[in-house]
Design a protein around this ligand. Structure first.
Ligand code: IMP
Length: 190
């Protein structure tokens, strides 16, 4: 099945939790170099937009996902703007720096990651949402993972996502929870 993303980290995380018989091909694997549109106002709409664009353009069954970090004290920001929070370049370190600056002196550091997967098949779409609650650190920790992983500690953990191995993050991450629902759907729909 084609995963409408060019983010290698997302591909690795999702491949690691899918059963071996579900072969996932990224946009790179199929030689699709165009950037997918992501111009909508919500994570749900962006996820649908990406899946629908690719599915209709190539006439294939595919899935896409959109993820955002929602910080309570920032009224849910960066949220749908997570990828380019610090500007059009979309550099993770700049995004992290901006979040930490906005959180300077803020006591309530609660936040959550939200992933919405859209499965697009035969002109129809279905969505699956995964949430992971946690807290924003005062400064980045760890070198693994990607994006906002160095400043996010999931609830009940002492380590940031960037201090975990992929297999640890995959035990309870937002993406894992969304994938689990997607798999259940695939199984139940035959
Ligand atoms: P998008 O879903 O590719 O639009 O990503 C939105 C932004 O969130 C990007 O800056 C990603 O780097 C970041 N992001 C997406 N998933 C994760 C994650 O699992 N951990 C940390 N950051 C993430």
């Amino acid at each position: 099945m084609i995963f409408a993303t060019s983010n290698a980290h997302k591909v690795d995380e999702i491949r690691a939790v899918l059963p071996e018989r579900v072969a996932v091909q990224s946009l790179k694997d199929i030689g699709f170099t165009e950037e997918l549109p992501e111009t909508m106002g919500t994570i749900e709409e962006n996820s649908l937009q990406k899946a629908q664009y690719l599915g209709e353009k190539l006439g294939v069954t595919c899935f896409a996902e959109d993820t955002g970090l929602e910080i309570m004290e920032l009224d849910g920001r960066p949220g749908v703007y997570s990828a380019r929070y610090a500007g059009p370049g979309g550099v993770a370190e700049d995004n992290v720096r901006k979040v930490l600056a906005e959180m300077d002196g803020v006591a309530d550091r609660s936040a959550r990651f939200k992933t919405v997967i859209t499965y697009f098949s035969g002109g129809k779409s279905v969505q699956f949402t995964g949430l992971c609650e946690g807290n924003i650190l005062l400064s980045p920790k760890g070198n693994d993972g990607f994006g906002y992983d160095p400043i996010f500690v999931p609830e009940g953990c002492n380590l940031s996502f960037a201090e975990m191995r992929l297999s640890e993050k995959n035990q309870f991450s937002h993406r894992r929870k969304a994938v689990d629902q997607f798999l259940e759907y695939l199984k139940s729909s035959g």
